[in-house]
Write a protein that binds this ligand. Structure first.
Ligand SMILES: CC(C)(COP(=O)(O)OP(=O)(O)OC[C@H]1O[C@@H](n2cnc3c(N)ncnc32)[C@H](O)[C@@H]1OP(=O)(O)O)[C@@H](O)C(=O)NCCC(=O)NCCS
Length: 166
């Protein structure tokens, strides 16, 4: 594994995690641009695909397979604030509601707890009520309000999952 990568996909077995590549990034770009929060925030398919496939040393983007099909993706920025920032999490609509999102969070929390990290952070748009409910069910607390972070007039909510008992 590359030393700079925080997640070793083999630790997520039996889940199958694959590195993001241009074909997968294009698939997610095309799909995510058509659903919230990205639709309302005005992201384009090309812009999302560029973000997902960018060679950024500071973050890791992985795709999750569900059987033969690509079902979800997530982007993690390690070492953010005594723990990583989950920058993006997306389960494609036809795969939602089947426990994949929950399993990704559970595995990320286990892995970063094992690495000795104190927190798993994420950000959700204020209007994305279903995602905020989802994160709260996974144990995240809403701890910050970030107006105009992504787009003028839209507020983002900072969420924190404590990984260690202090
Ligand atoms: C939010 C998201 C990641 C959840 O993933 P998922 O695979 O659909 O959710 P799961 O099937 O793992 O559900 C896990 C739990 O959350 C609950 N849940 C999932 N979606 C929910 C919703 N919209 N409203 C309320 N609860 C929800 C489920 O009922 C389940 O509850 P349980 O623990 O009692 O079984 C996914 O729906 C998604 O990608 N949405 C669009 C993009 C998005 O909003 N991303 C996150 C913010 S950027």
């Amino acid at each position: 594994m590359n030393e700079s990568l925080a997640i070793d996909p083999s630790r997520f077995q039996p889940l199958t995690l694959l590195p993001m590549n241009p074909a997968r990034a294009a698939l997610f770009g095309a799909n995510l641009a058509g659903i919230d929060p990205w639709l309302r925030l005005g992201y384009s398919p090309v812009g999302l695909a560029r973000y997902l496939s960018a060679n950024d040393q500071g973050r890791q983007t992985l795709a999750l397979q569900d059987g033969e099909t690509t079902a979800a993706c997530f982007t993690v920025r390690p070492g953010w604030l005594r723990g990583p920032l989950l920058e993006l999490l997306a389960v494609l609509p036809q795969h939602q509601g089947r426990g994949l999102g929950k399993e990704i969070i559970r595995r990320l929390a286990d892995e970063f707890r094992r690495q000795g990290e104190a927190n798993l952070w994420t950000i959700s748009s204020e209007f994305n009520v279903s995602a905020r409910r989802f994160y709260q069910r996974q144990g995240f607390d809403e701890i910050g309000v970030l107006p105009d972070l992504v787009r003028l007039g839209e507020t983002e909510i900072l969420l924190r999952l404590k990984l260690q008992v202090v």
